[in-house]
Design a protein around this ligand. Structure first.
Ligand SMILES: [Ca+2]
Ligand SMILES: [Ca+2]
Ligand SMILES: [Zn+2]
Ligand SMILES: [Zn+2]
Length: 504
């Protein structure tokens, strides 16, 4: 596995400094990287640095409500030995409570129980599994209908160390208890080697673990609250188990509240007003005639276009006002190579030269920017493809496919773009995809739209300004050089920025 390689890289400098590493430390690094506390290899060289491990230990201790010493003490080691869920803990933001990983586009779901554990009477096991769905439908406007045969949205089954249908095998009694896919995949698997029980402190409670895994199947990630159902570590049997407020807030953030209250319009994150700009901005681009640096379908379904030092949103009513890139994402430079938002992790990655920046909404994640080591610098474009939940990075005629929540082996990349995306030009200037999986590539003044089979649709390429930015034709006709006519709606912002420039 990759981490062993990574660990050996780390071993050498530690040996030089005279420190002997125990097996427990190797196991701790394995645990921290397996469960997402040590960052993925994309931004890494072949080493974990000692300070990264200390930082990861601290994050794990904080999440486990242990003293955050950054040291591998007995309490931390004991915590790592506790039985737990097989999914990662990608929470690293203090503000982030429940974590959302995706959601179903429907609220009436079916489930099917494919097999049962040998440790419980069938009717008890079935009742425990059904109760797991009830826990969620009690607090969110979801319904679950059990089917006995055929296709089902959520499928529950028990498998062990070997499985013909799951690549993510289990580890025998203890440690990993279960795992699940996020929406809209729907697999929920339990380790058949556990002693599954109900109504007793012995063994592992099937009902609680099932409710946790169904939480994942509905789109919830792990919670930092150790008393939450969605906490990663199994806290033992609780006879009067109830959802934690954090679990309820999480599921309601995805599907709304149970009672038929008229929901307020979803709270919009207001774009901050333009701040005074201390440095000379580059020329302001014209959204209706500029070629683009990057495009991104961002959080809350907003489409962002990037050019030079500026960014604007695009909607059916045309391009929105222009903002300095650094006014929205503090610490981010202009003239970006590529930008991509992943609804799976909520991470926004920006690429420029040999660096990568990570933000959640408008806040930079600690430790960024980092150096790009596993993929080539100076990327052309990036996109998130919702149908396989991977991030694609493009350069020249090649692409890399990156799983943000798994150790990606990049040795077979870059692969030829034309091998996967039919009819697309090399060296795109920007790329993005819609939630339904339709991808668009931008180059020069035109763009190509692909269907869900990743083939260019009929009638493409089309003009970006007319068909994408919804610019009024007369704007394009009268300002062929992108002169001093501002696109509709940008006047105020433009004036503000210019007057600030005059103060410099
Ligand atoms: Ca196990
Ligand atoms: Ca680009
Ligand atoms: Zn879990
Ligand atoms: Zn499985």
């Amino acid at each position: 596995m990759n981490w062993q390689q990574l660990w050996l890289g780390f071993l050498l400098p530690m040996t030089v400094s005279g420190r002997v590493l125990g097996l427990a430390e190797v196991a701790a690094v394995d645990y921290l990287s397996q469960y997402g506390y040590l960052q993925k290899p994309l931004e890494r060289s072949n080493n974990f640095k000692p300070e990264d491990i200390t930082e990861a230990l601290r994050a794990f201790q904080e999440a486990s409500e242990l003293p955050a010493s950054g040291q591998l003490d007995d309490a931390t080691r004991a915590r790592m030995r506790q039985p737990r869920c097989g999914l990662e803990d990608p929470f690293n933001q203090k503000t982030l409570k429940y974590l959302l990983l995706g959601r179903w586009r429907k609220k009436h779901l079916t489930f099917r129980i494919l097999n049962l554990p040998s440790t419980l009477p069938p009717h008890t096991a079935r009742a425990a599994l059904r109760q797991a769905f009830q826990d969620w439908s009690n607090v969110a406007p979801l319904t679950f209908r059990e089917v006995q045969a055929g296709a089902a949205d959520i499928r529950l089954s028990f498998h062990g160390r070997q499985s013909s249908y799951c690549s993510n095998t289990f580890d025998g009694p203890g440690r990993v208890l279960a795992h699940a896919d996020i929406p809209e995949l729907g697999s929920v698997h339990f380790d058949e080697d556990e002693f599954w029980t109900e109504g007793t402190y012995r063994g592992v409670n099937l009902r609680i673990i099932a409710a946790h895994e169904v939480g994942h199947a509905l789109g919830l990630g792990h919670s930092r609250y150790s008393q939450a159902l969605m906490a990663p570590v199994y806290e033992g049997y609780r006879p009067h188990f109830k959802l934690h407020p954090d679990d309820v807030a999480g599921i309601q953030a995805l599907y709304g509240k149970k009672s038929p209250v008229i929901r307020d319009e979803e709270e919009e994150t207001e774009l901050p007003t333009v701040l005074p700009v201390p440095t000379e901005p580059s020329p302001m681009p014209d959204p209706c005639s500029s070629e683009l640096d990057a495009m991104m379908l961002g959080p809350r379904g907003k489409t962002y276009a990037f050019k030079g030092d500026y960014v604007w949103t695009v909607s059916d009513s045309g391009p929105g006002p222009l903002f300095r890139v650094s006014a929205l994402w503090e610490g981010l430079p202009g003239n970006l190579d590529a930008a991509v938002y992943s609804p799976r992790t909520q991470w926004i990655h920006f690429f420029k030269g040999d660096k990568v920046w990570r933000y959640i909404n408008f806040k930079m994640s600690p430790g960024f920017p980092k150096k790009l080591n596993r993929v080539e610098p100076n990327l052309d474009a990036a996109l998130y493809w919702p149908l396989n939940q991977k991030v694609f990075l493009f350069k020249g005629s090649g692409y890399w496919q990156w799983d943000e929540l798994a150790r990606t082996d990049f040795s077979s990349y870059p692969k030829p773009i034309k091998g996967l995306f039919t009819g697309v030009p090399n060296q795109p200037s920007a790329a993005m995809s819609w939630q339904d999986g339709r991808v668009s590539f931008f180059k020069g003044k035109v763009y190509w739209r692909l269907n869900q089979q990743l083939r260019v649709e009929k009638g493409y390429p089309r003009n970006i300004a007319h068909n994408w930015m919804h610019c009024r034709p007369q704007t394009i006709d009268t300002t062929p050089s992108g002169g001093n006519t501002t696109p509709s709606g940008t006047g105020t912002t433009l004036d503000t920025t210019l007057s600030h420039r005059n103060h410099v």
